[in-house]
Design a protein around this ligand. Structure first.
Ligand code: GCW
Length: 712
């Protein structure tokens, strides 16, 4: 409803000077359902909708189909049983729909969430069936069908079932309405007005997620407050669970390890203490009384100052298993995060998670899943895959991606994360020889794990466009699509998204998809080329800060990571250094060990490289570094030009916002290039090729106030 109102509002009150298209806020996301062109009307025509809807989920499917038909085809097809003609759409399960039951479609392989779209003939008439074993499968099928129309593809026979079980958003939303690393306004959860008021936006959120197959949401920040487990908040959470349930979305909560102490004044939170165990048991029972299908808990323990079982000299397994045991009777899961690192100057931060968790392999309960960030450090523009993938065959592992771009330009920079996710998922761990990809680890197929899944740190807020920019919506979209199918290609998803979000016109889709596909590499080049990591500004991580040495911990300072000195640049993670390369297997390990074999993309991640080292390009390291930073800036210029050429295809509001953000990105790419090169030049003491010297002295960049890039 609200999507519709917004669209009408936007249509009525905007002037579309440059394009003639209606200005759009972006609120409709990829579910815009704009009219199909005349030549497609016949192809997609539906004369009758045969869709008995005895459940809320089936009613949601029918409502969505009718919304789509009204928007795209100009009318919702009549449901009544008129004289049979071509063009009926049959929708349902064998239980909900006698017609679907009579078709005896091959549904067995679809499982509990898959769907089938079939061109069928009924009583001599052409028809289409959307069928599944379950109501939620039908809803997913309805969205897939609408996606075909929105993408102007023929309605082709399709069978699809998700390859992972848990496809979950992690909201780093605080109970006070702020969002940690959120760049799209305040939290969409209004805890104040819950449980009494269900904001229609929650339903639109559920629709958007269901349209891409997301089936779970962790409502609150992993840096959790104990209060989220109080009776008051359980009641609020239950109201959200009720609202999201028809769309197949389960709710989960992040929990604070010390909650028993903070809420009930227990003397300890030791996982082996019977009183503590009892507290969690009672808490779980209380939650499941309010939310019978509650998903479970996400836990950040003994990480970045959070309390955890190690405070009591217990292991992560002791902690995870205690929680797992109390959730088990309710079929709940524990997602235990592997994002841990200690401030021990003798131990490389990149090594810590592996060191702590690999020895625990085989000791976790079967309803525990370890949630592992894609890289060993922290959501950088490019990192090698975490060596935990492929090293814990007896433990369920799920992927944690970041959708919100904490380290990739946050709200403004255009960086499509599909290629980043694809690169991580297609990395080969060599756990069981060639082809043991990360995708196969986390979809459970490689080691037959009990639980499979992918989590994404959400980029959703209450901004009109949900994600802070139009192109940030693509990252939410691709996350969902890759969680459903970790083998889907980033380019194919970009095409889908672009067609639905803007237009299916190839004159738009081809260049814009090309722009998206190169955008993440542009960020890598102008921020952290050649395997540099974590040289962002202190704390907020926006803008360059290779000089940053603020703070109490060595592993929170930039020089810890880049190690620039008179000899060269980069972190020696081979056997002569921290031996992080030794945590990998087979040819990957060999490549990372050997400077001659290490791909340029990871060179400075694994090696301390002399400034005059001859690179594959033939340039010295110093000159290559300059070339990469410049290449990043040039790529952003090219993105600006590509977008400028699309003026006639996009409404003014979305066109102008994107163009303005690209201009910000360009200015900030120059800032990154010049600040980093000015900084590294003091170590390299090598000259700049003519025309490449930074405009300002290093001190100017170091003195820049937060978020203020200098005039290029
Ligand atoms: O990337 C870092 C972020 C923290 C975050 C932490 C984590 C929620 O800077 O804001 O805390 O990772 O993933 O736990």
């Amino acid at each position: 409803m609200r999507l519709l109102c917004r669209a009408v509002f936007a249509a009525c009150f905007s002037f579309c000077l440059s394009t003639g298209a209606h200005a759009e806020t972006g609120y409709d996301l990829w579910l815009r359902y704009t009219p199909v062109e005349a030549q497609y009307q016949q192809q997609y025509k539906v004369t009758r909708l045969d869709a008995p809807a005895p459940s809320p989920t089936l009613r949601a499917a029918v409502a969505e189909l009718n919304r789509g038909f009204a928007g795209m085809l100009g009318n919702a097809p009549p449901p009544e049983n008129r004289a049979e003609m071509d063009g009926t759409l049959f929708v349902g399960t064998p239980t909900s729909s006698p017609a679907i039951a009579a078709m005896k479609l091959p549904l067995a392989a679809l499982g509990a969430e898959g769907y089938l779209i079939r061109n069928v003939t009924r009583n001599g008439r052409k028809a289409v069936a959307i069928a599944a074993n379950t109501d939620i499968g039908v809803l997913y099928g309805a969205f897939a069908y609408l996606r075909m129309i929105q993408s102007r593809q023929p309605i082709t026979d399709t069978m699809s079932a998700p390859k992972t079980q848990l496809r979950i958003l992690n909201h780093w939303d605080n109970l006070d309405g702020t969002v940690e690393r959120g760049y799209a306004g305040a939290s969409i959860w209004n805890w104040h007005t819950l449980p009494g008021y269900i904001d229609p936006r929650y339903i639109d959120y559920a629709r958007a997620n269901a349209s891409i197959g997301i089936n779970g949401t962790v409502l609150n920040n992993v840096n959790a407050r104990a209060a989220s487990l109080s009776p008051e908040y359980i009641e609020k959470t239950a109201a959200l669970a009720d609202a999201l349930r028809p769309y197949g979305i389960k709710v989960y909560l992040s929990v604070r390890w010390s909650a028993p102490v903070e809420i009930s004044h227990l003397k300890t939170a030791d996982p082996l203490d019977p009183a503590v165990r009892n507290w969690w048991k009672n808490k779980a029972d209380e939650i499941y009384r309010a939310i019978p299908d509650f998903g479970g808990f996400l836990v950040k323990a003994n990480s970045e100052g959070q309390p955890g079982p190690q405070d009591y000299h217990r292991t992560h397994a002791d902690g995870a298993n205690m929680i797992a045991d109390v959730l088990k009777p309710h079929h709940g899961v524990v997602m235990w995060r592997a994002f841990v690192y200690a401030n021990d100057p003798k131990v490389d931060r990149a090594n810590t998670a592996y060191n702590e968790f690999v020895p625990l392999d085989g000791t976790f309960r079967d309803n525990v899943v370890l949630q592992v960030k894609n890289g060993p450090l922290d959501f950088q523009p490019r990192e090698p895959f975490s060596p935990l993938f492929g090293a814990m065959p007896k433990t369920s592992l799920m992927m944690e991606f970041q959708i919100t771009k904490e380290y990739l330009g946050q709200q403004t920079h255009l960086a499509y994360l599909g290629p980043l996710y694809e690169e991580a998922l297609q990395s080969d761990t060599y756990e069981h020889g060639k082809g043991s990809t990360v995708a196969k680890v986390i979809d459970g197929s490689l080691d037959h794990h009990a639980i499979s899944g992918i989590a994404g740190v959400a980029n959703i807020g209450n901004d009109a466009d949900w994600s802070g920019s139009i192109f940030n919506q693509a990252n939410w979209y691709v996350f969902g699509r890759m969680a459903w199918d970790p083998e889907i290609s980033a380019r194919a998803v970009a095409q889908e998204w672009t067609k639905q979000t803007f237009t299916a016109d190839p004159a738009f889709v081809t260049p814009v998809v090309d722009m998206m596909m190169g955008s993440r590499d542009a960020v890598v080049d102008y921020m952290t080329p050649l395997g540099l990591e974590l040289i962002m500004a202190h704390s907020h991580h926006m803008g360059p800060g290779p000089w940053d040495v603020i703070g109490p911990r060595e592993d929170w300072k930039a020089p810890y990571y880049h190690r620039a000195d008179a000899v060269g640049l980069g972190f020696d993670r081979t056997t002569t250094g921290s031996d992080n390369a030794g945590q990998y297997k087979g040819p990957v390990k060999e490549a990372f060990e050997d400077i001659a074999k290490t791909p340029d993309d990871y060179l400075l991640y694994f090696h301390h490289v002399p400034w005059d080292y001859k690179m594959k390009s033939g340039r010295t390291l110093w000159n290559e570094l300059i070339a990469r930073y410049q290449r990043g800036v040039d790529k952003v210029s090219a993105m600006q030009a590509a977008w400028a050429a699309q003026n006639s295809h996009v409404d003014a509001a979305r066109f102008d916002k994107t163009a303005a953000f690209l201009a910000i990105q360009h200015r900030e790419a120059i800032w990154w290039r010049d600040a980093c090169l000015a900084y590294f030049a003091q170590f390299s003491k090598r000259p700049f090729p003519p025309g490449y010297a930074p405009k300002y002295p290093l001190a100017t960049y170091e003195a820049m106030p937060m978020f203020a890039s200098p005039k290029p």
